[in-house]
Design a protein around this ligand. Sequence first.
Ligand SMILES: *[C@@H]1O[C@H](CO)[C@@H](O)[C@H](O)[C@H]1NC(C)=O
Ligand SMILES: *[C@@H]1O[C@H](CO)[C@@H](O)[C@H](O)[C@H]1NC(C)=O
Ligand SMILES: *[C@@H]1O[C@H](CO)[C@@H](O)[C@H](O)[C@H]1NC(C)=O
Ligand SMILES: *[C@@H]1O[C@H](CO)[C@@H](O)[C@H](O)[C@H]1NC(C)=O
Ligand SMILES: *[C@@H]1O[C@H](CO)[C@@H](O)[C@H](O)[C@H]1NC(C)=O
Ligand SMILES: *[C@@H]1O[C@H](CO)[C@@H](O)[C@H](O)[C@H]1NC(C)=O
Ligand SMILES: *[C@@H]1O[C@H](CO)[C@@H](O)[C@H](O)[C@H]1NC(C)=O
Ligand SMILES: *[C@@H]1O[C@H](CO)[C@@H](O)[C@H](O)[C@H]1NC(C)=O
Ligand SMILES: *[C@@H]1O[C@H](CO)[C@@H](O)[C@H](O)[C@H]1NC(C)=O
Ligand SMILES: *[C@@H]1O[C@H](CO)[C@@H](O)[C@H](O)[C@H]1NC(C)=O
Length: 881
Amino acid sequence: MRPFSFGGVLLATFIYIANAEFTSSHKLHKRIHVYPPYVQVKPRSYIVQFEDYLPPTHAGHFYSMPGVDVQHHYSNIFNGISVRTDCSADSTHLASVNGVKRVWPVRVYTAAGYSTGLNATYPYIHKPTGVERAIEELGLDGKGIHIGIVDTGVDYNHPELGNCWKTKGCMWQYGADLVGDKYNPYTENPIIVPKQTPMDCAGHGTHVSGIIAGQGPTVYGVARNVTLGMYRVFGCPGTDPGAGQTSDDFIIKGIEMAVADKSDIISLSLGGGSWSDGPSSIAASNAVKQGIVVVAAVGNDGTGGLHTVSAPAVGNGVLGVGSVDSWNYTVSMMMIVNEHTSQSVFITPSNTVGYPFIFETDTPVVSLVNNSDVEACVNITQDLTGIVAVFEITSNCSPLSTIASIAQAGAVGIILIYTKPGLTYPTLETGQIPLVVISSDNGQFLLDAIAQGPTTIKALKSNPTITIPADKGSGQISTFSSMGPDPNLGLSPHVMAPGGYIYSTFPLKFGSYFVLSGTSMATPYVSGAVALLKQARPNLTVKEIGEILLTTAHPIINSKTKKVEHPYKGGSGLINVYDAIKSRAKIDPPMLSLNSTTRGVITTYQDLSALGNVRWTVRTIKLTNMDVNNNMRIDIDYSISDSLSMYYKNGSIAYTPRVWTGNAITGGINNTEPVVYIPDAVKSIPSGKTGQYTVILVAPKGLAECEGWYFGGQLNFNLKWDGDLNITPYHVPFAGFNGDYTKLDVLAPLGSGFPFLGDENAKPVDPKNLVVSASNPISVYFSMALPSHLGILQLVDANNKKIGYLPQGYATDIPHTCPTCSVPNISVIVNGTVFTDTDLTNAIEAPAGKYYLHSAFLRPFGNTSNSDDYQTWDSPEFTIG
Ligand SMILES: *[C@@H]1O[C@H](CO)[C@@H](O)[C@H](O)[C@H]1NC(C)=O
Ligand SMILES: *[C@@H]1O[C@H](CO)[C@@H](O)[C@H](O)[C@H]1NC(C)=O
Ligand SMILES: *[C@@H]1O[C@H](CO)[C@@H](O)[C@H](O)[C@H]1NC(C)=O
Ligand SMILES: *[C@@H]1O[C@H](CO)[C@@H](O)[C@H](O)[C@H]1NC(C)=O
Ligand SMILES: *[C@@H]1O[C@H](CO)[C@@H](O)[C@H](O)[C@H]1NC(C)=O
Ligand SMILES: *[C@@H]1O[C@H](CO)[C@@H](O)[C@H](O)[C@H]1NC(C)=O
Ligand SMILES: *[C@@H]1O[C@H](CO)[C@@H](O)[C@H](O)[C@H]1NC(C)=O
Ligand SMILES: *[C@@H]1O[C@H](CO)[C@@H](O)[C@H](O)[C@H]1NC(C)=O
Ligand SMILES: *[C@@H]1O[C@H](CO)[C@@H](O)[C@H](O)[C@H]1NC(C)=O
Ligand SMILES: *[C@@H]1O[C@H](CO)[C@@H](O)[C@H](O)[C@H]1NC(C)=O
């Protein structure tokens, strides 16, 4: 593989925060406190504080007040009273009394610290995935199953991760460090000095490990008795580009060692590239062929829209995992105090690895919102010594440089306000200052407080981390979760698991626990779930495990549209391991990827001929009744997802896929929804037997082919076994392209500004007056709408003679690019050096003269030797001299 030099990248080194995730936005009336909803309070009970100058006898006013019952009268350490009221008196009532300074509800404390809060992370996340029932009802724990993890290593000294390494009875029985701390794939001679054990210096692998097998009481993994192996393939994070990254060579080595060490399951929370024929995909597919279940993350490029799934998750037979947001958030608290206000608000748990956001004493806080230095992206001149700074991400500057500048000005902490939905922010692995994130409404509250006068904050170490229900995102697809289809129109992701806002173990030296988000977190969840399934049903083949996990997954229903999510976003849905274990049916294939729809009239079936000239295809599905005692009855129907397009109506790329929102017209010749027809559907299958279904799928004729719609939905097999009262639903998602995929352009459309010639800062240059040379190079910049299997860039002289390939001018497996993706765009240098061979080994210098660039990118499924299968672009003319 010779990519435009993009190394393998670690997924989820970024945390993604979606819209409005923190709920408390209690603007304070001057004197009345309202606690955030998670705080338990005693009904109708209040603490009333008097102004300092008043004597305690001021309480006398309340004894005679109707509806108020004074409970306690304080005089020594507190100037005030506690009261209980009836429905005629409330806090406003109390606050209106002369001389009252503040009124609080009476808060209830749980005796044993806050363990209930922490415990709550255990039950809920495992409920919707069926893991709780598998553990509690079926007694499964993954015992005897071996999971090999290829990642950043693990802090095996963590008490919830065994606190042991390869000793007898230890959960860690195999694995190794392959690279050492200083490995940097970008350097010419990487330093490779593996250590005795794969100790984690990044945190990612320790987080992943806790999701699989955290022992509690804080983090309860999915399969707590599995045997684990860790293959560390990442060096330590650092400031050098490439530090803390890895490369295909070590990923493959890691997979290989995990196979040799007899893993039943291999868990890969990493990836890069997008093709199933890349090296890591191949390695993963080969492990599958040897009977190992390989689970891999589809990637965190969901904000780039369709076609963002990555390798090796797209490898043949690999289970590609997408992410849904957790149903609960783990948050921490901060107190905001000034003359007028005293209020607790939610903040994220600290986001800076190794720099906990803890302020035991009142610490001044200032706002850098609208600060002119920050706006201008220059070093901050204001002295921030000993101060916590608040800022918002503005679009102009890199947040990382602003953070560095704030730290340099002496600040002791940073509170970052999120203003826009779906923004990302880095987990500062090499951060130099404590940092937390606050929601926009709480952020506004903080800014308002600062505007009132000197304000301080306090964040105690003893403050509990708290679990609160997610206000919107519960169980919905994470915005960062990469979308299918894969470059061959294969259906991806396959299955979803919780990956957004996951609280798990972290290296002890970095604070022991951390919230991370990513498909990296969803992947180990599925690995653990497969361990439970394998423990319960050891004789299932890899293929059967995939079929059962996918067809028993629970479809994800979009909370706004109430429709099932498109398979390119949600795959088969959320895994449910309990239903998978209990499954008595097998469906092959478990997903239908509708590749080659043909256009024509369906004459065979009278019901469909009325549709006229349509795109359609026929598939066969086999359904096996695995119950050896009972016959099974079948009822089939189907559900439709909203169709998605990569383009707006005006033709520019829609990185958030455009959704078909027109009126649904079904059945007629203008149908805007796909039509599924299953003639002669078998209604019952005897025990142990297999039935076969012919499925005719018709693309939505009413959607314009030129707009590039991807349609989809799912077949619902509602099964009922003899002797059962309940119907068990199984689902087979289907998706396809409404048009001729092979004709699609792979380059971003006209109007995107790409391709163009630019300087090293990607500023377009005017080629007319340009003399390009080794000392005055330019670059050619590309943006890819679709992945392309081959891209060619040649220098052509004034006589239309092709002189040679540019450096990196012959490249395979080019991904879809987007402004927020791991590959934002592609640039190739033009400096006069070209290569006469496609291996790019035979360099020559182009003689001085006039030239232009000829580029050619292979269209989907194109034949490399057929020039008609390429999309081409020629640059304006320029001079080399
Ligand atoms: C926490 O969960 C564990 C395991 O389910 C349970 O035994 C324990 O009682 C729980 N603790 C609290 C305080 O709820
Ligand atoms: C792990 O297995 C041991 C031995 O079979 C058993 O005693 C223990 O309860 C199991 N732990 C869990 C969390 O299931
Ligand atoms: C920052 O500037 C904008 C635009 O002038 C204004 O709307 C906003 O209120 C300012 N915010 C603060 C905190 O000063
Ligand atoms: C900002 O501070 C950094 C670190 O001290 C320094 O390297 C850089 O030159 C400064 N930039 C400006 C514009 O002063
Ligand atoms: C977690 O979320 C679920 C679903 O929203 C909710 O029922 C549950 O109460 C939440 N748990 C806590 C501790 O807030
Ligand atoms: C779709 O068809 C093309 C061309 O026949 C083939 O190369 C590709 O692998 C097919 N994709 C799937 C998912 O079957
Ligand atoms: C798995 O297969 C073995 C050997 O064929 C058999 O003895 C065993 O009963 C099977 N186990 C289950 C759970 O079906
Ligand atoms: C195309 O339409 C989208 C959505 O309406 C808009 O955001 C975008 O700016 C338009 N692009 C052009 C080139 O007009
Ligand atoms: C289908 O759409 C065409 C064009 O909009 C319209 O002329 C025709 O009447 C429609 N036919 C039906 C059956 O709705
Ligand atoms: C042109 O750029 C390529 C790629 O960076 C480099 O290998 C080559 O040496 C450069 N040519 C000259 C003459 O500097």
